[in-house]
Design a protein around this ligand. Structure first.
Ligand code: NAP
Length: 345
């Protein structure tokens, strides 16, 4: 084992990811009872969460530098604690714990390491982005066969799973992007209607083509997309708030509108906040279903084709995602350059 390894920490809360973070070394520690040591191969980029940490605006985390960064990773077990029987050296595992992602090695409770077939970027993307997609769509949005489901940022790390899971559930799916170059990917994912909301008027399309309204709207963009969704919910429609990428780091916009009960009450519609960490009871079953769907070839995983290699490029990955340039899940390789995925569609 190495005597020391590298990890990414917040050293100062500047509000900006690059200037808040740096790579530091940590001394090796053997896993204790109930723990395993894992060599991380890939880490998932959650740019919005990461940047919010650098502003200390995640409501359930109090960031005090130095603060370990990164959430999900896949890797291999390199050492096991004295009493660990569930995992062995060489097992591929996925973990999803705050502070355990952007680092070369981690020591984790064995109970929090999910054994997987291989430490691939695809499996990394399924856990936890796929889990958030599935839980948000099924448990919060209560999507049912035949429902009309609209998904914003539909070509993104989270959105591309929501689209496919809704199609697998027998829904009619409207995939929305703000970038026309992502439309072919949306069609390849199987959407019934792809909309670039910067070149088509979202409200106008929804009113003309979907006069009955949306049974489920899965939104992570916010702003005017959210407003359009609220106004186009069907009777008993459910709007899932999964994020608000378009304005999460802007000053809070005050908008003058009728109180929301005026819009929802007569339609028996609802707007439902969704933060995955509030629904851990659904994770294990969701993970197993997602891994099985992927293994059966029924669920595509799209990884952003631009490679990001090493802890020194995490800030590049974060900025790439925040610029709206990515397609699919943004992944950082911590072991070696990842072969380029062919451009999707
Ligand atoms: N609810 C939960 O538990 C949960 C879990 C994970 C993530 N999230 C949230 O889900 C959302 C998606 O996360 P992700 O990591 O999968 O990201 P992502 O969707 O892969 O990337 C963000 C996308 O948002 C869209 N976007 C809209 N307005 C934008 C703007 N002003 N600037 C930049 N991009 C903009 C862009 O897609 P288009 O070009 O297609 O518009 C961009 O590619 C985030 O809001 C994140 O915080 C929520």
């Amino acid at each position: 084992m190495p005597e020391r390894y590298r990890k990414l920490v917040i050293h100062t809360l500047t509000g900006d990811f690059r200037s808040s973070t740096c790579v530091v070394e940590e001394p090796w520690r053997d896993p204790g009872p109930g723990e395993v040591a894992i060599r991380n191969h890939y880490a998932g980029c959650n740019a919005i969460f990461d940047k919010n940490l650098c502003r200390n605006t995640i409501r359930y985390v109090d960031v005090k530098p130095p603060f370990d960064m990164g959430i999900e990773s896949v890797g291999e077990v390199v050492a096991v604690g004295p009493d660990v029987e569930s995992l062995r050296v060489g097992d591929a595992v996925a973990t999803s714990r705050l502070g355990s992602g952007y680092r070369e090695y981690q020591v984790a409770p064995a109970a929090r390491a999910l054994r997987v077939a291989a430490p691939t970027p695809e499996i990394l993307a399924l856990i936890p982005s796929g889990i958030s997609a599935l839980v948000g769509l099924e448990k919060i949005g209560e999507a049912r066969p035949g429902d009309t489901v609209a998904v914003s940022a539909a070509a993104g790390g989270l959105g591309h799973f929501v689209v496919q899971l809704a199609k697998l559930r027998g829904c009619h799916v409207i995939g929305i992007t703000g970038d026309a170059s992502k439309l072919p990917l949306l069609r390849a994912l199987g959407v019934d209607r792809a909309i670039d909301h910067r070149s088509e008027d979202l409200r106008e399309v929804l009113a003309r083509e979907y006069p009955r309204g949306l049974d489920v709207a899965y939104d992570s963009v916010g702003g005017e997309v959210f407003d359009a969704f609220v106004d186009h919910l069907a009777i008993r429609g459910r709007l899932v708030i999964s994020g608000h990428t378009s304005d999460f780091d802007r000053e809070v916009e005050l908008v003058a509108q009728p109180r929301i009960y005026r819009k929802l009450y007569w339609k028996s519609a609802s707007v439902r906040g969704f933060q995955n960490q509030a629904f851990p009871e659904f994770f294990d079953e969701a993970a197993q279903r997602l891994l099985a769907l992927h293994a059966e070839g029924r669920l595509q995983v799209h990884i952003e084709p631009r490679p990001f290699v090493g802890l020194g490029q995490v800030a590049d990955a974060v900025e790439w995602l925040l610029a709206g340039r990515s397609r699919g899940k943004v992944v950082v390789s911590l072991v070696e350059p990842r072969p380029l995925t062919p451009p999707s569609a």
